[in-house]
Design a protein around this ligand. Structure first.
Ligand code: HEM
Ligand code: SF4
Length: 367
């Protein structure tokens, strides 16, 4: 990519204000494909060649949008050309005067996926076939746990709650990777770690590190993604990693054990401001830091969104604004209790589903 950047100085000097590309070989959606400006997902072309289908126009922050699938198929050697054609399209047609709309998704939204596809084709030096047979399910996956790889060894996904380790723990990760595996450590989109090429899985599972950073964590630990936030991010209104730990403790205490298996696939994403680094709108429950005030004082608060499900092509919607942190913990607890009791499913955790559930009981979310 660096070579490409040097060659194409003009293009890379006139990027939109943010530019995110994903190339995934995985059949599941472990990369949040639909939230990217440009994405390549595994597909088979008409002649049986393996390559990628192309998606464009996803993004979050102020004006979130789910990417459209384009009618294009590229072989791996043509991915760079497609990225170049996309940047040329943005350079030629994008809005560089107004920062608020200086994102590729805005152009895709304005022109529509068919016109964008035409513009890309016009800027490629060869004919590009239409989309191939998709080998991508779009289903949510976090890759935690023990999985056999193609070589007879294993990949072990460890849950790193809040995605934060100390420097000493990183050295321990390196030791584990070298002692038990092929030395490979992959960082996942959900802030977890995958150790690759593991020979003796049982020996790895006996390591004390895995008592804390577990391949089979509980559903609450597994659900939470928290952004960098305070004290390391200058935009942060609050420290979402600490809030995340507090929420896990609260849920462990207040959600009954019975029925917790119904929480499999739960996602709770927590961002410290509107930038959405933790992809709040991709979770069934999204929490975003804000402030609230009464007659006497300001205090930290949270906005709550419900219903994000990229597999269903749906972003979460904001249902509560400026709730106190305590009220928010209680609301989340009530929703998850209802799921554990079988009164709601995770698919019902949407504004409509949760709204109907609480109004039948004569209360609102925190009532
Ligand atoms: C101190 C650290 C960070 C700062 C200052 C920061 C800043 C920002 C800003 C300003 C935006 C809004 C972009 C826009 O409006 O177009 C943004 C969006 C985003 N950031 Fe971060 N970020 C930080 C860390 C991270 C990390 C660690 C990740 C993930 C690994 C991340 C993932 C994202 C994502 C997914 C978005 C949404 C992009 C979109 O709108 O499509 N950020 N970030
Ligand atoms: S969401 Fe906001 S607070 Fe969190 S890391 Fe991104 S910019 Fe910082």
């Amino acid at each position: 990519f660096r070579t490409f950047a040097l060659e194409e100085e003009r293009l890379t000097s006139f990027l939109p204000r943010k530019w995110k590309v994903v190339v995934t070989g995985c059949p599941t959606d472990c990369a949040a494909v639909k939230l990217h400006c440009l994405a390549f997902t595994p597909a088979r072309g008409a002649d049986g060649t393996l390559g990628y289908n192309v998606h464009a126009g996803g993004g979050l922050s102020d004006s979130p949008r789910v990417a459209d699938a384009l009618d294009l198929f590229v072989t791996p050697d043509r991915v760079t050309d497609m990225v170049r054609a996309t940047l040329q399209t943005y350079c030629d047609l994008g809005d560089f005067e107004h920062k608020a709309v200086n994102r590729f998704r805005v152009l895709v939204h304005q022109l529509g996926p068919e016109r964008i596809t035409e513009e890309l084709r016009r800027r490629l030096p060869y004919e590009v076939p239409g989309a191939g047979e998709s080998l991508w399910t779009g289903e949510f996956e976090d890759h935690l746990g023990v999985h056999e790889d193609r070589h007879g060894s294993h990949v072990v996904g460890l849950c790193i709650p809040m995605g934060r380790l100390t420097d000493e723990e990183w050295f321990e990760v390196a030791r584990l990777a070298r002692t038990h595996g092929d030395g490979g450590v992959r960082m996942s989109q959900r802030q977890n770690l995958l150790l690759t090429g593991i020979g003796d899985v049982d020996a790895l599972l006996r390591e004390p590190f895995l008592d804390t950073y577990r391949p089979e964590p509980d559903q609450f630990e597994r659900a939470i993604v928290a952004c960098t936030s305070a004290p390391f991010c200058k935009f942060a209104i609050d420290d979402m990693k600490t809030n995340g730990r507090k929420l896990i403790a609260h849920l462990r205490e207040h959600v009954p054990d019975e029925g917790r298996e119904r929480l499999e696939g739960l996602r709770i994403h927590m961002s410290g401001c509107k930038a959405s680094c933790a992809q709040v709108q991709a979770a069934q429950i999204g929490l975003r830091a804000t402030m609230t005030k009464d007659e006497e004082a300001y205090q930290q608060a949270l906005d709550v969104s419900l219903g994000g499900d990229l597999g269903a092509g749906r972003l979460g919607q904001w249902v509560r604004l400026e709730d106190t942190i305590e009220d928010t913990w209680d609301s989340v607890t009530e929703i998850l209790r209802a799921v554990c009791a079988g009164e709601l499913t995770l698919d019902d955790v949407t504004p409509a589903g949760v709204g109907a559930y609480f109004s039948e009981r004569g209360s609102d979310l925190d009532g």
